[in-house]
Design a protein around this ligand. Sequence first.
Ligand code: NAP
Length: 285
Amino acid sequence: MAQIIDGKAVSSSVKEEVAAEAARLKEEKGLKIGLAVVIVGDDPASRVYVNNKKKACEAVGFQSFEYALDASTTQEQLLDLVQVLNRDDRVNGILVQLPLPKHIDEKAVIDAISPDKDVDAFHPVNVGKIMIGEYSFLPCTPAGVMRLIESTGVDITGKNCVVIGRSNIVGKPQAMLLLQKNGTVTICHSKTKNLKEICLNADILVVAIGRAKFVTGDMIKEGAVVIDVGMDRDENGKLCGDVDFESAEKKAGYITPVPGGVGPMTIAMLMKNTLTAAKQQAGIE
Ligand code: NAP
């Protein structure tokens, strides 16, 4: 039976580190740290994410500035707000909650955020930095996955790492981070042939597809580290992951549950990126 990787506990320790560092910087340098969160429209899931980000800011001692804009906000209005936030010294990090309403070009908005305040690490400058390994910010979800793998004590060097999913926010940067830690990385997607055989060769398997319980125990190598990024609904409407936990935990060495695995890590890593942004803007190493 697999050991469960406790994402809540690992995320709490990341937030504690961030809170301690933020308190020290406030005390010693008078540094106040602020995150601006922009939400357009009233998507209930986005609302929940934004509230959780606000709560996390409070917990680590950051100021949060919330901009809740009407669904009818134009792209120009949103770009104007981003420019205002780029110039606002109280704001160290800017997060625009995705998805945006269809009439707004997400790429134009991401490109408008100053790379120094891009705590989601979605701006092309930050994406490029990840490719060459000279980054300041890591994308929150893949960075959270790395912390979870680290928490198992399993060394990535030389391991067969398989990432299922090639999105810009999860799969692709995840593969790069595993590569930088000397994993031998295979990226799979919807056109991949022999997915089961590839997965059966994975010492470390990261699944980010968006399909409930898609990866089953018979696709998992005995003793593998299995990280489930998926946030899906099962046939009863209950939150579940991309991995069929019940069959997978019988084969895996370590496994993340959903909920309580990757989810809590994403916000913790956002707090870490905001701290990094504030330090860089203040010229503190
Ligand atoms: P996405 O943009 O929809 O990408 C899904 C990827 O899965 C694509 O690359 C797609 O391949 C691949 N795929 C789809 N069906 C497949 C199949 N049958 N076999 C192999 N690959 C397949 O999704 P995403 O944004 O990366 O998110 C993935 C999941 O993670 C979602 O459930 C999302 O809710 C969750 N998520 C969770 C967090 C968190 O904080 N926990 C953060 C972000 C995302 P193609 O490229 O060929 O289409």
